[in-house]
Design a protein around this ligand. Sequence first.
Ligand code: GTP
Ligand code: MG
Length: 207
Amino acid sequence: MPVSLGTRVSAWVRRRHIRTVAVLGPPAVGKTTLLRYWSTRRVGSAAYSPTGAPQPLPHVAMTSGGRRVLMPGLTDVSGSKYSWSGWQEVAQDTRVVVYLVNAEHLVEYELSDRETAAWERIGDDAGIIGPLVDAGVVDRCVIAVTHRDRDDRYAELGVHYQAHVEEQLDGVIIKLGGSEKVHVVTGSLADAAGAAELTDAILGWLR
Ligand SMILES: Nc1nc2c(ncn2[C@@H]2O[C@H](COP(=O)(O)OP(=O)(O)OP(=O)(O)O)[C@@H](O)[C@H]2O)c(=O)[nH]1
Ligand SMILES: [Mg+2]
């Protein structure tokens, strides 16, 4: 039986570890910082400047676990909820969503006796991304928790921090497609070493 062009292309894609990825999340979670690190290996020290219109990025190539991972077609999008339609457009072409959460928002919610705006926003975002996973457009979602350097629970909980954050995000994980499709990593983008470590953790789920 002749092998279709689609089959041959996807086999080639698998061999080269090409991953189409969308980096999404609310404002000031670190989307631009992470994408800048991927493009330049620097996190930059400039003050926060919110992303406006979608910014297409040059082709990114990285090595993880001895393998070359190519990420074409990355776009830096705004975290404003008015950009949700832009998120959906970006995610239409991707297999993996990297959804960023600011650990400070998780602390704030844990200390609060009611839903915080940031926590509500995470749930709303999951309501936008989850259906894309259900529809099979996106087949994996990595929740990358940033700003761990600002989360005292990391020093307090040590090796139990990961499980604690996962438990806190339980409902979000379910909304995004369940634990088979959704993986949580944590780290910091405060400096290049932190960004390298968090990038490695993310790429570990893209292989
Ligand atoms: N301490 C610390 N600062 C971080 C971390 N990640 C990002 N930042 C800082 O947080 C601010 C916001 O980061 P951005 O990358 O611009 O956030 P964004 O998600 O692109 O925000 P929008 O474009 O508004 O959607 C910047 O000042 C970053 O330097 C982190 O893990 N730790
Ligand atoms: Mg940005």
